[in-house]
Each structure stands twice: as C-alpha cells, then as structure tokens.
Design a protein around this ligand. Structure first.
Ligand code: SF4
Length: 511
C-alpha cells in the first residue's frame, strides 16, 4: 500500500493511488452486483423528470434526507447556553455521540454531553438505575452547577418518567436535593431540534420560576433560538441592545462555550446565561423570541407567568432588524440611537451598490422555519426572486406566513412554499424548476453537484466550510455579511463561467 510513516497521504490523494483504484474497480466488478453504467444513468436522469417529481411529491410515509435534526440535539444546544450546565441525555449513547459530533463539526469546538447509556436491559426494565448512577457519576466527575436532562427515542418509547426518576435519584443521593436538575421530554419521533430547544428552555425556566414570586423590572428577556450563527449573532444582539441601553437577559447564550480561545485550558463550561440571571429573568417585563418556531411552549409559559411576549422571525436584513429594534424601543421606551441608524444607512447603501447584480436572480432556500422566513424577506429586499422555499420542520401556519410574505413583494410572485418536505423532494423540485443558486447548509452539497446549482451556506449545519458562524447574520451588520456572501458566490460563478466555451467574454476586473 502507498501509505507510509515517512509520508502520510491524506485520503484525497491516498485513494487515488493505483493500488486503491484497482481495489475499488475489483470490488465494483466482483462484489457490488452493480447494474450497468447506462442503467444507472437512465435512472439518474429519470429522477430529474416531472414523472419522478410527481411520484416523489406523493411520498407520505418515508422521509429522505430531512433538513432537520431530532429533538434532543436542540435540547443539548439549549442547555449549553447556561452557566456551568452539563447536558445529560437519558437514553442511548450513540445518539449523544451524534449530537456532540454535529455541534463540534459545525462550531469546530468541543461539545460536552453525557448519557445514561441505556442498553437492552434498560430498554426492557426501564432506565431508572442508569439515570440514578449516571447522575451521581456526572455530578462527581464533571462538577457542573446544573444538569439538564433530555431524552432519546429509546427512553420515550418505553415511557420513562423523568420527573419521578429525578426525585428518586435525589432521594438516593445522586445529587444534593437543592441541586438544579431541569428536564425536558424530547421524543425524537415528533418535532425537530427546534421543538427540543423550546422544550428544554421551558424546562430550565420552569425549574427556577415555578415556585418563585414575580416582581416586575424593566429588563427584557431575549430568546435567540437554535441558531448555528449564535456565536456571533448573540454578541451582535448584545452590542445593539447595549447601544440602546436596554436592560436585557439572553435566555440561552452559547457564544462563549462554542468559541473558546486556544490558551492551553479546556473550558467545559465557558460563559452562558448565569443561573442568577436565569432566576431573575422571571421579573422581566417581556420576553422576546427571535425565532417563533423555537419558543412556542416557552412563550406560553412566560405569558402565564405575567410577562408580555413577542415572537419574531430571525432578524435578518433591513425590515427584520427594523422590526426587532423598534419592538425593543417600544418595550423599553429607549430611542434607537444614531449609531444604529448609521449602520442601517450603510447596509441600504451597500444593497443599492450591488442591486444590479442581485436583481432577478432566482434562488431556492431551505432550513428552519424562521431562517427561511428571515432569509426570504431579505432576498425580496434585494430584488432576488425566490423559487422554492422549503422547511422540513415548517408546518401549515409557517406556509401561510411564508405565502403572505411572498405576496407582499412583486419578487415573490414566482415562489412556491414547501412545508414538511425534505431534501430529496427539493432535488425533484430543482431538477424540474431550477434556481440560479441554492441557500441552505452543508447537506445541500450533493444537490449542488448533482444539479449544478451553486450552494450558498448560510445556516446550520455547516460542516465543510470553516468559521462562518463567527460572523453575524443578525442586525444591519449581519445583513452586510449575508449580502457579501451572496455576492461572492454570484461573482465567483460569473468568473468560473467565463472559463467555459462561449463564456470567455466577461472576465472583468471590475464589477
Ligand atoms: S432520532 Fe432517536 S435514535 Fe436517532 S439520534 Fe435522535 S434520539 Fe437517537
């Protein structure tokens, strides 16, 4: 084999060596029982036809490549945003490895979570013993200030009762009686990571608020929601609110734990909303969610506690940011400062500078419901024409909201809204009604290669590009970043196209 200790080859080069190529050819010829190349091509072509699209869209009981993750992943993300909090997932270990690796691959940071490691015996007799031992071990080994428990499919299928289990674990001395152990049942076979995020945030707030008395202050709670750009977006939110001098608490702030410095120390619990602030957040006059789909149950709970509640949809672009800032101004009585007005003007100026390159471009968008709403609204502001707007975890109310948004602009006239559809549906949609560009996450790269539609990565998860999440997409500053990302792809594609036969007439230095 060509690999040697003296010269280690990366897999990209290693597997192109003749020995590997021969081995692959041999496997193909003698073991894979492949149909002929012509047959493969025939079927591949058929999957791009209207005939296949109709069959694909009629599919109801099978999901292929959904653009969503399961509930506990959202719960693990939510718990990471609180001071000294360890996620404890009651269920199978492999699931937890998936959440941790998903978050680590996106943020390029360690992601900590433990599991009660249920196996066959726990699946038959219940997971109480695993939870009792697991809580004791997690408390002793990792020295957390809070342990937040969620569940995987396995624990939910057998009906383990977290509340009862936690009471029993405390009675057995796994953790002190007054140690905070909020929990959320997060059955992965319903909802998605946004539901799991919501359930865990509500679980954490309930843990501190249920028995507490409320005494209203001027502070405002902000729930940023499940957001792959939270590292930069949360900092941008805080910067804007500080400029406005609005007293606030971010309910779940992962900006530090998923962005720790390389200083030789491993910080398992960097940053996060402090437990004191979480308790005091009960007294806030209002709670504002920046992603309605991530906070349905939490906002109901906040309202029941006497707070005013507001649900926004991903404050991206001009109107999205305007709405957020005006709402904060209305709630707090503080004016929007000149510094933010200046930023708004600069974003509008940049949009005007580049408008001719964006006008009439056709784009497809997929992702979480609020991301698709916010992104589409910004695209309409830019004169882009959305073609397909798809959200696997978006339901009928989301589709209605999307349609109203599209109807509000002439650029939305040709768009179709696809609630509950997956990325294999999107393959059929783009093959038959193509777009110039596709906006989504790393999972769209196979669509890009198969259909030749350039992918712009702007939402979670982004595994195959680095550090995007370190730059905000919220606010006017974030709008600039999104604008540049769109334009870079458009210009790169134009330059690339000039290298193709017949396209070599506009390799311009200035655009
Ligand atoms: S869907 Fe169920 S089995 Fe799969 S990772 Fe999520 S919790 Fe685990």
């Amino acid at each position: 084999m060509p690999q040697s200790a003296e010269k280690i080859l990366d897999h990209k080069t290693l597997f192109r060596e003749p020995e590997y190529q021969e081995m692959f050819a041999d496997k193909r010829a003698n073991f894979e029982c492949r149909p002929s190349a012509e047959k493969v091509q025939e079927i591949a072509d058929w999957t791009k036809s209207w005939d296949y699209r109709e069959k694909n869209l009629a599919r109801t009981v099978l999901t292929v490549n959904p653009a969503k993750a399961c509930q506990p992943l959202g719960a693990v993300f939510a718990a990471a945003g609180f001071e000294g909090t360890l996620s404890f997932v009651h269920g199978s270990q492999g699931c937890v490895a998936y959440y941790r690796s998903h978050l680590s691959r996106h943020f390029k940071e360690p992601s900590s979570a433990v599991s009660s490691s249920m196996t066959e015996d726990a699946a038959v007799f219940g997971g109480l013993a695993n939870l009792v031992d697991g809580l004791a071990n997690a408390y002793a080994l990792y020295d957390p200030k809070m342990i937040a428990i969620s569940t995987t499919c396995m624990a939910e299928v057998i009906g383990d009762d977290l509340n009862s289990f936690i009471i029993q674990a405390k009675d057995k001395g796994s953790v002190p009686q007054d140690f905070p152990v909020p929990f959320a049942h997060t059955p992965a076979f319903v909802g998605s990571h946004t539901t799991g995020f919501d359930n865990m945030i509500k679980g954490i707030l309930s843990n501190f608020w249920d028995e507490a008395e409320r005494s209203e202050t001027e502070s405002i709670n902000i729930i940023p929601g499940f957001d792959g750009y939270a590292v930069a977006n949360n900092r941008e939110l805080v910067r804007m609110l500080d400029l406005m001098e609005v007293p606030h608490t971010l309910i779940c702030d992962v900006s530090d734990v998923f962005d720790t410095p390389a200083n030789g120390e491993f910080e398992m619990y960097a940053g996060g909303t402090t437990l004191e602030d979480t308790k005091a957040a009960l007294n806030a006059k209002a709670t504002v969610s920046l992603q309605a789909a991530c906070s349905k149950e939490t906002l109901k709970y906040c309202e029941a506690k006497g707070q005013e509640t507001v649900a926004l949809n991903y404050p991206m672009g001009v109107a999205g940011t305007d709405r957020f800032l005006m709402k904060m101004s209305e709630l707090s009585g503080k004016p929007i400062p000149a510094a933010l007005e200046l930023e708004r003007g600069r974003l509008v100026d940049a949009m005007a500078d580049s408008q001719s390159w964006l006008h009439g471009k056709k784009m497809a968008i997929y992702g979480d419901p609020d991301f698709v709403l916010g992104m589409t609204e910004f695209l309409l502001e830019l004169g882009v024409e959305p073609v397909h707007c798809l959200s696997t975890n978006g339901g009928k109310p989301w589709a209605k909201q999307m349609q109203a948004l599209l109807d509000s602009s002439p650029f939305g006239a040709g768009a179709q809204v696809w609630a509950g559809k997956d990325l294999w549906h999107l393959h059929s949609l783009l093959a038959t009604e193509p777009a110039d560009f596709l906006i989504g996450n790393s999972h769209g790269k196979s669509l890009e290669r198969d259909l030749g539609i350039p992918l712009i990565r702007l939402t979670f998860p982004i595994f195959d590009r680095h550090h995007h999440h370190r730059f905000p997409t919220f606010g006017y500053q974030g709008g600039l970043r999104v604008l540049v990302t769109l334009l870079d792809k458009i210009f790169d594609e134009m330059d690339r196209d000039t290298g193709t036969p017949g396209g070599d007439i506009s390799f311009d230095l200035t655009r």
